[in-house]
Design a protein around this ligand. Structure first.
Ligand SMILES: Cc1ncc(COP(=O)(O)O)c(C=O)c1O
Length: 427
């Protein structure tokens, strides 16, 4: 499609957008008496209007039923997590038994590493991407030390080539081959938080297995953003948060995936708690742990249903729409944003650079823009003028045109504000 940088064209795209009606389902902050242009759904998604009712339902059940709510609430609390299995499995390409919701992301990655990072003899190394999200770096370093290894020897980072912003697949595969029988685990962010690069998880997972290692994915920036086929790709484990593309609220619950091939492996080490115990016998208060079948066997504590309620709203909404429809709009709106950026760049002869891959298969709902010239003052200008974006050191702004609630007109309006900002700073 040939795009145009004008308001009427953007409005026409919105008119033909099958997902346009969902914009009204979200609450936008306001700046200068106008709804903001919200580009930070990759950090914290907007609040769906449906969310409050789901929380109120639990507050009411708690008020009216107190402890009886565990079994007699409108959505009983004791097995609240089961409501997620079917819709969430469709979102991440899994079988319902392979997914569950619990805790928060880094906590879950730690818990999954208890099961899937089993260094032995010379096989003790972990491959991850250079400049991984800091929490992943700290998590991996602390796991390695916990097992008595030196992080400098045990952690193998895949570097970007000199002068390049993204990691090449061939370099990932080469690093896996090179590490060979010293490799215990590959653990990478499926979508890089800084550049928005989407990794070829299928190919990397296969290569990790060929080297005899386990392969897990941090899907913080992938869940609800890209098409995942975790079961078919034979991924061993994965975890993601729900507060970014899945709009479940600040710091909210995490989802996990454990491939079904491990479900009957009761010897797999894991940290246990009563909510992971065989469900039929959970309240018999037995002394010995008998893990529930499936990902639920990794549960530990009884469920924080007040925090799961907004996540349930989200998985139901995603299920209603379907990932395919979402991705169709995502590709179009991301391409339109890229077009707008290039148009403005030409008009004002600026010096910014989009560092996210241009290949649609290697990117999703994020464009990261390196501001060579304007830097932080341009970011401040955008924020003051109702464009909510985020700043990442040393000089990158990340723009996520989330398909659920961003409009094509937003992209056009953003271009005009960006242009005015650059001209203002140059004057
Ligand atoms: C890629 C990635 N991994 C891990 C985390 C940490 O998540 P949490 O604080 O929920 O553990 C984040 C948070 O933004 C992230 O983007």
């Amino acid at each position: 499609m040939t795009f145009q940088n004008n308001k009427a064209f953007a409005q026409e795209l919105d008119k033909n957008d099958a997902l346009a009606k969902y914009r009204d389902e979200f609450i936008f902050p306001r700046v200068n008496d106008k709804n903001v242009i919200y580009f930070t759904g990759n950090s914290l998604g907007l609040q769906p209007k449906r969310t409050k009712a789901y929380i109120d339902e639990i507050m009411d059940d708690w008020a009216n039923l107190a402890v009886e709510g565990h079994f007699y609430a409108n959505k009983p609390w004791w097995d609240y997590q089961e409501r997620f299995a079917a819709p969430l499995s469709r979102i991440v390409g899994a079988k319902p038994s392979e997914v569950t919701v619990m805790n928060t992301l880094t906590v879950n990655l730690h818990l999954l590493m208890v099961s899937f990072y089993q260094p032995k003899g010379k096989r003790f190394k972990i491959i991850c991407e250079a400049k991984a999200f800091p929490s992943d770096q700290y998590m991996i370093q602390s796991q390695v030390k916990f097992h008595g290894y030196n992080p400098n020897e045990a952690i193998v980072e895949i570097q970007r080539r000199e002068g390049e912003h993204n990691i090449r697949l061939e370099d990932v595969l080469e690093k896996i081959r090179e590490t060979g029988d010293e490799l215990a685990l590959v653990l990478i962010g499926g979508v890089n938080y800084y550049t928005g690069q989407v990794f070829d998880m299928k190919t990397i997972t296969r290569a990790g297995h060929e080297a005899g290692a386990k392969v897990g994915w941090d899907l913080a920036h992938a869940a609800g953003n890209i098409k995942l086929e975790l079961h078919d790709w034979d991924v061993d484990f994965a975890a993601w948060c729900s507060y970014k593309y899945m709009n479940s609220g600040p710091g909210n619950a995490s989802g996990i995936f454990v491939h079904e091939k491990y479900h009957n492996d009761k010897d797999l080490p894991r940290f246990a708690g009563w909510w992971g115990h065989n469900k039929e016998r959970r309240f018999k208060m037995e002394p010995d742990f008998d893990p529930a079948n499936g990902a639920e066997g990794w549960q530990i504590s009884n469920l924080p249903v007040l925090t799961l309620a907004p996540y349930l709203v989200s998985v139901e909404m995603f299920d209603e729409i379907g990932m395919d429809a979402l991705i169709e709009k995502r590709n179009k709106i991301t391409a339109y944003l890229e077009f707008i950026l290039h148009e403005i760049d030409k008009e004002v002869k600026s010096t910014f650079e989009v560092i996210t891959p241009t290949n649609p298969d290697e990117r999703a709902s994020q464009l990261s823009v390196l501001l060579h010239g304007e830097g932080r003052s341009l970011f401040d200008y955008l924020m003051k003028n109702g464009v909510i974006t985020d700043w990442r050191e040393p000089n990158v702004i990340r723009l996520a045109p989330v398909p659920l609630y961003c409009s094509f007109e937003d992209m056009y309006d953003f271009g005009q504000i960006l242009k005015a900002g650059i001209l203002h700073l140059h004057s």
